[in-house]
Design a protein around this ligand. Structure first.
Ligand SMILES: C[S@@+](CC[C@H](N)C(=O)[O-])C[C@H]1O[C@@H](n2cnc3c(N)ncnc32)[C@H](O)[C@@H]1O
Length: 302
């Protein structure tokens, strides 16, 4: 399975596959839309424009800091609700607002560029910060906990599964040796361990720590589990004819979406709007390299 990794140098604030998302969501004035990953509000802004003042937009994010940025970017609008929640509990957020059906839903998965760029959040191996990586700062487990308390074998398993890191054993071994002396506290310390554990190839396209950081981030935030658990609940809210768009950046995420859509299509609950996932155009990737590994899947409620 090819792993899709986004290099950290390639950060922009452009909403990924915006044109395609807007088109597939079939947005019209008055619609009720759930955006499970509002981020800085890039997609949100255009969604709001299309659904107009009589529409309802519910934007969820598990990161309260980024919700503040979304609030600033989106301003005041009637029918705009921004909620600090995991999309896993979208039903709770929707019920609080008194919404029981949706016309459209978007999930634009993964980490936002703002999170990567903020050193103290600990997401970036290029910026010194404490090992945190929690998208939701109120969550119990941080990267520090995983890095310092999991067994060597558990670390190997995370790096292999979520990072598809071929040097997982070497990295985990050196990590465990290092933390026996003192805990590994910072992003640069962890990156240094990876750099020492991995044979250096001058031709490497991505930094050697990219896969390790991605793997720990996905484990800290339980990204695959949340997606898997969230999809059935969200789709239940969709009206017949309502569409769901999911943009993923990791092959395992895309697989979760693919299998879920296929299962519901076989049960007659969903119709696949596009059979194969859509990739961004070469022009978009050129202008926004973060989009490079994006895959968009779209389905419609029957
Ligand atoms: C790629 S960014 C979204 C960017 C946004 N579409 C835009 O155009 O600005 C992903 C966002 O989803 C949030 N997120 C990731 N997993 C989440 C989850 N399980 N529940 C709620 N928010 C989540 C992250 O905190 C991040 O802000």
């Amino acid at each position: 399975m090819a792993l899709s990794i986004v290099g950290e140098m390639q950060i922009t604030h452009e909403p990924v596959m915006l044109k395609e998302v807007l088109e597939f969501l079939n947005l019209r004035p008055g619609m009720r839309v759930l955006d499970g990953t509002v981020g800085a509000g890039g997609h949100a802004k255009e969604i709001l424009r299309r659904i107009g003042p009589e529409g309802v937009y519910v934007g969820i994010d598990q990161d309260p800091n980024i919700l503040e940025i979304a609030r600033e970017n989106l301003g005041e609008a009637s029918g705009l609700y921004l909620v600090h929640e995991n999309f896993l509990r979208a039903d709770r957020a929707l019920q609080r607002i008194g919404m029981d059906t949706l016309d459209a839903c978007l999930l634009d998965l993964g980490v936002s560029s703002h999170q990567l760029e903020t050193a103290e959040r600990g997401f970036s191996f290029q910026k010194e910060g404490l090992l945190d990586m929690r998208m939701d700062p109120t969550a119990a487990v941080s990267a520090f906990d995983l890095v310092n308390h999991l067994s060597e074998w558990e670390i190997v398993s995370i790096l292999q599964r979520l990072g598809q890191e071929r040097y997982a054993r070497r990295i985990a071994h050196l990590l465990v040796q290092t933390r026996q002396k003192e805990p590994v506290r910072t992003t640069r310390q962890l990156a240094g361990i990876v750099e020492r554990a991995i044979p250096h190839h001058g031709w490497n396209r991505i930094h050697p720590a990219t896969r390790t950081f991605q793997a720990f981030r996905m484990a800290v935030n339980r990204e695959l589990e949340s997606l898997e658990e969230a999809l059935p609940g969200i789709v239940r809210f969709l009206k017949p004819g309502g569409r769901i768009c999911v943009i993923s950046f990791h092959s395992l995420e895309d697989r979760v979406v693919k299998l879920f859509f296929r299962r519901l299509a076989a049960e007659g609950q969903l119709k696949l709007t596009i059979k194969k996932p859509l990739a961004p155009s070469p022009a978009e990737v050129h202008g926004n390299p973060r989009a490079r590994s994006a895959k968009l899947r779209v389905a419609e409620k029957c």
